[in-house]
Design a protein around this ligand. Sequence first.
Ligand SMILES: Cc1cc2nc3c(=O)[nH]c(=O)nc-3n(C[C@H](O)[C@H](O)[C@H](O)COP(=O)(O)OP(=O)(O)OC[C@H]3O[C@@H](n4cnc5c(N)ncnc54)[C@H](O)[C@@H]3O)c2cc1C
Length: 394
Amino acid sequence: MKIAINGAGIAGATLAYWLSKLGHEVLLIEKAAAVRTGGYILNLWGLGYDVAERMGLLPHLMGQKHHVDELRMVDQKGRTCGGYPAQVLMRLTNNRLMALARSDIAASIYALLDDRVETIFDDSIAAIDDDGQRVRIRFEHAAPREVDLLVGADGLHSRVRELAFGPESKFEYPLGCQVAAFEVESYRPRDQLVSVMHGVPGRYVSRFPIRDDKTLFFLAFRDEYLAGASPSNEAERKLALTTAFADLDWECPQIISALPDVRNLYFDKISQIRMHSWTQGRTTLVGDAAACPSLIAGEGAGLAMAEAYVLAGEIHDGRGDCTAALSRYENRMKAFVLGKQKRATSLVSSFVPQSRFGVAARNFGTSLMKLPVFPEILMGRYLHDDIKLPDYAM
Ligand SMILES: Cc1cc2nc3c(=O)[nH]c(=O)nc-3n(C[C@H](O)[C@H](O)[C@H](O)COP(=O)(O)OP(=O)(O)OC[C@H]3O[C@@H](n4cnc5c(N)ncnc54)[C@H](O)[C@@H]3O)c2cc1C
């Protein structure tokens, strides 16, 4: 089949890998001028880890992974007030977990495509006409194309979803928080093997040491700290972060003062996407576009890879019956992903607690992770996937 995939992110590149391997003619479309960089550290485990293994990607990702020994919570003076050894997460996942920069995962998957896939960068879909058999696509710049299947893998703010299913507001479940991630060179202090986190009511900041003397920062805050602003460009986003974190102690003044020189700031609201159906005619969705679980689930990249793998597998098994394949894809994945979304929603109050008591309870909870049994009780259900990846002959 001729298949167009909008979005060369983690879901889009994974899907392109499997479909092109199966001999389909794949066209990737990416709004950015190159595969996007930026973002924070994502943990890859569970189904996503299994898909990476089936793609033969693990040896490469091993070389990209970041290692920390400790996840440490600190108070406003930098004193340890919670945390646990990173080994706990490794134990819970049978050592099948890797901490990877989001940009490294995206780039590593895209690099697997070689020349098998045509990519149009710097363009976007302007209109689609899906008659249930073929989809005609018009672009903002490129000449129109006609394909057998169009897949929206274009993330939380999917253009394909908007064109085929309606506005984002129909499907979005905002979780009431904003998030930012960025990189700073030669930041000090640097705790070589420690991810350091500081939280106060409504706000949370962490730093993670990465290669080449760089540090990744992650900031999250409740919507109320936006004070009604809706920042729409980089300067406004930096201002929003500066305002939201202005009165915090610890290293916050220093972190905020690094913002003007930051390139590639990732800033978004924390939302989920919940839809009754991911498919309309010959147009379907995958990854965050279909069912963003939000970063609180901590598994968005892995789930996106698993959905892409299952979509490709069902298309392969369908042997030409695209409609049946798309419905099997949804049936296999939708309830499972909805379960992940519900669990993530229940974690918002411990991710960015609103009260001092909530912050203290969260910090105390992280200390319990050092004790036997507690890791399984507190985190076990979040780190286990309750379905197995189907085996497709591909
Ligand atoms: C730059 C960036 C940084 C991120 N940082 C984090 C992070 O720190 N923590 C976290 O938990 N999650 C982060 N995410 C989200 C995370 O990558 C996803 O939740 C997860 O990997 C699911 O992947 P996805 O491929 O469905 O979506 P994404 O990874 O969001 O990929 C979507 C792709 O589609 C492209 N796209 C968007 N609109 C269009 C359009 N109209 N036309 C063509 N292409 C389009 C985007 O440029 C992107 O390449 C980040 C996403 C991006 C794009």
